[in-house]
Design a protein around this ligand. Structure first.
Ligand code: ATP
Ligand code: MG
Length: 254
């Protein structure tokens, strides 16, 4: 069953003083099946963050529809939307949006606090995630006391602690060194193995090569996709590289 159905999504930004319009998404259509791990790639400015923001209900599409777990997002009342988002979605975004007056641990607990979870439950959930992400020792620090990569891992922990059905990640390895990247990708694979669905935007061929399917966006449209099939990560890596070369040299749609 599809956990996410995106149909003919379109987004036109109008600048504040009128005038210029930017068509960030032209016509995006795709499905994500329950339990899939999908990577989205595309050049800077191709509309990836715009797409994730709309899927996260942080922004509205100009046209088109989104079904999440069979429910039409636009029909969910504003008052219910925050709770629906909290119960179903986890976000790892380019800007970490950690609160500076909270320790990392309190930032990570925040979605569970909002959901009314008991303290023991929060601690129990945090332990394995913090360990896998290598942040167990810095949980009492504040965001301004840690590095960009550590902030990114704390933001990932915050997204994962609610065990969301769908995880939306925008460049989750963008600020990480190669060791932390490996840890993050291992964690993503293990939560995907446990049944959670992941949709991850990335510029990194290595990160994308961990996914089961890779969508390529160009000029606000899904231009191409690759299924892993029986490929190993190395073989998928090669296929992705070849596709990116083709895109960069202006290869035409098949
Ligand atoms: N709030 C906004 N107002 C106007 N234009 C915007 C806005 N946000 C994005 N855009 C434009 O929409 C297009 C798509 O932007 P988007 O941020 O989705 O790209 P992206 O694929 O995420 O790029 P990157 O890889 O650099 O993060 C770009 O041309 C961008 O300049
Ligand atoms: Mg972006």
């Amino acid at each position: 069953m599809a956990i996410l159905s995106v149909r003919n999504l379109k987004k036109i930004y109008t600048t504040r003083f009128g005038g210029n319009q930017v068509q960030a998404l032209k016509n995006v259509t795709f499905d994500v099946e329950c339990g899939e791990y999908v990577a989205i790639m595309g050049e800077s400015g191709s509309g990836k963050t715009t797409l994730l923001n709309i899927l996260a209900a942080l922004d509205k599409p100009t046209a088109g529809s989104i079904l999440l777990d069979g429910r039409d997002f636009s029909r969910i009342r504003e008052s219910e939307r925050a709770a629906f988002r909290r119960d179903n979605l986890g976000f790892v975004f380019q800007e970490f949006n950690l609160l500076d007056t909270f320790s990392l641990q309190d930032n990570i607990f925040l979605p569970l606090v909002l959901a009314g979870a008991p303290y023991e439950e929060m601690v129990k959930r945090l332990e394995p995630i913090a360990r896998k992400l290598g942040i167990a020792d810095i949980l009492q620090k504040f965001p301004y006391e840690v590095s960009g990569g550590q902030k990114q891992r704390a933001a990932a922990a915050r997204a994962l602690i609610t065990h969301p059905k769908l995880i939306l990640a925008d460049e989750p390895t963008g600020a990480l060194d190669s060791r932390s990247t490996d840890e993050m990708l291992r964690l993503f694979s293990s939560i995907n193995d446990s049944g959670q669905t992941i949709l991850m935007v990335t510029h990194s061929v290595k990160a994308a090569s961990h996914a089961g399917r890779v969508l390529f966006i160009r000029d606000g449209e899904v231009f191409h996709q690759i299924y892993r099939g029986t490929s190993t990560n190395e073989q998928l890596y090669q296929k992705i590289s070849d596709t990116l070369t083709l895109l960069a040299t202006g290869g035409d749609r098949e």
